[in-house]
Design a protein around this ligand. Sequence first.
Ligand code: ZN
Length: 441
Amino acid sequence: MHKRVEEAVADVWSRLDAGPDRAVGLTSDLVRIPSVNPKFQVEPEEGLERQVQELIAGELSGCGLDIRTFDALPGRPNLLAETEASGSPERGLILCGHIDVVPVGDRREWSYDPFCGDIREGKVLGRGTMDMKAGMACCVEALRVIREAGIRLQGKVALHSVVDEEAGGFGAKAMVRAGHLAPAAIIAEPGGDEIFISQGGLEWLRVTIRGRQGHSAYRFTGMYPQPYQENRKAPPISAADMATRFLSALRDYEAANARVKSHPMMPPGINHFGVGAVRIGAGLGADGLPMIMTNPGIVPDVAVIDIDHKFMPHETSADIRADFERFVAHFCATDPWLRENPIEVKWDLYDLHFPPMNTSADHPLVRIVTDRRASLGKPTALRGSIGVTDGAHYAVAGVHPIRYGPFGANQHAADEWADVESIKTTTKVLAAAILDWCGVA
Ligand SMILES: [Zn+2]
């Protein structure tokens, strides 16, 4: 390793050891500003994303960084804080975290105030500690300590503090769309002793099945051959019946996919087709949903099935979409009605789409983080992420992201907390990783 880099790492680590635990304190301060994603329909006083970004900007204000905010969604600012563009573009690095959090849920389930930010028994307490204000605080502190040490890097570091990860990642998408890219990124979502190098892609899609509406009294005419001419006229075709058959076939397709597709970092069967909502009724409304869902006296002609599909990190959206559409086409081909009235598939439901992330285990950034953790006496395991993160939106733009951050517990649940020791370790590792990756001038 370069001598200058080793000296710089020793310098920032001694500064981190000597000073107050600013990353821990900042985690606490960030948690005390509730920033619940407004898409979850919260009270305005709990949706203070802008104030969180202002706090972060204030923390970094003395560091000579170029700090900008811009709205990713109306009234919901992203923050970008960058070092000067020096050295080689190949040595650019993004540190990314989201500042939105999920709602508190039932407050009676909590044993402390969800926005207290208290530090007790080695834990920082509150909604958004683990997911992921602790990780954001580590990024801010790692960058700050390098600037305070007066170290000049040979590559640009950009902190991306984004909104809306919890509801689709539109903050990270806006960053990427604005062209704020680098060869590699660290997504400081919870990691602890694990680096997540891959994650599956996620698609939301809607399947719409059409039947023929009719009086429920004539349902039998669509089911059994009819001897009398009167009963043979255009029998109703139940969308409920076809949806039942389709869901059964989908379950088989899901199982077949689980058996034939695998990825070394992912548990088998993670490539699911989760049916999240089924709505059946009469008449197709302009909103794409059945118009009448309260009258069983009508044989329904519309079934709308919303699906959450996870796919493997090495697969492409185009391939999995084509494969699913083939399955639907074959399903329709086996039914005389559906041959004439094929099932419709609509992708990007609610604009939700997370591309897969598949960073190599041999990527230099993986080795850097692993080695720096080893030098602190910490072992590291490489994993695939079961959930999706903003890493997806960077990966699709050609960035190589890894997910590494402090650990904790109860993310998206009551009594969330982040581990104080892990925050300190992560800050050190991130600071060293910046120096290793970018190099020191
Ligand atoms: Zn998160």
